[in-house]
Design a protein around this ligand. Structure first.
Ligand code: ATP
Ligand code: MG
Length: 193
């Protein structure tokens, strides 16, 4: 493996990012690699904790300026992590009343210093079924049309990110029952498998 690999893994809600990353961790640990799975929102919450904020809802209610500060503290901290394989689990956009809002604007992406961008994708029926079935979360299932549009937006944002950072963007299909295969495809593509 050549140097450290820092992957930002993105995808629309419920497509299976966390599942695929968990499998990537399992496979890389078997290969004795130092690998770490970092959820951007969790690191942000840890930074908020240092300021006495104790839960996500409280964090969401902070003034926008405070939230931006927490985001950049989280990005800086993740930027300093040095495991062989670092996988950052996050969203490239958030849906708001005013439209698609970047989850990671360029000033946050740069300190994360990714070597690769990875988009986890799945078909519209697979995404809808996964959202409906996931009893661990309260998910908005959405319509077929919403999911189709979100998938298109995810691909355009991925391309924009690749151009802005000058790193390769990979799209991986996470087919039903084949999360391991998706994980292996990513690891092989980035030179870890
Ligand atoms: P979020 O953006 O909300 O964090 P996510 O993209 O991380 O979502 P997961 O939590 O990994 O999505 O997966 C959502 C649901 O889909 C879970 O119940 C998970 O078990 C299921 N799932 C993920 N991948 C597959 C797969 N390949 N086959 C079948 N079910 C899957
Ligand atoms: Mg997840």
């Amino acid at each position: 493996m050549s140097g450290q690999k820092r992957l930002i893994v993105v995808g629309i809600p419920g497509v299976g990012k966390t599942t695929v990353i968990d499998r990537m961790m399992r496979i890389s640990k078997k290969k004795q690699l130092r690998a770490e799975h970092v959820v951007f929102g969790t690191v942000m919450m840890q930074e908020a904790g240092k300021l006495g904020v104790s839960d996500r809802d409280q964090m969401r209610r902070l003034p926008v300026g405070e939230q931006k500060r927490l985001q950049s503290l989280a990005a800086e901290r993740i930027g300093k992590m040095t495991t062989d394989l670092l996988v950052i689990d996050t969203h490239l956009f958030i849906k708001t009343g005013e439209g698609y809002m970047p989850g990671l604007p360029i000033d946050l992406l740069k300190p994360l210093a990714p070597t690769n961008m990875v988009l986890v994708d799945a078909s519209v029926p697979e995404v809808l079924a996964r959202r409906a079935k996931d009893s661990t979360r309260q998910r908005d299932v959405g319509s077929k049309e919403d999911v189709q549009l979100d998938k298109q937006m995810a691909v355009s944002m991925l391309g924009a990110t690749g151009v802005a950072l000058g790193v390769p963007s990979l799209i991986v299909e996470n087919k039903d029952g084949e999360a391991d295969k998706a994980a292996e495809t990513v690891l092989r593509a980035v030179g870890v498998g």
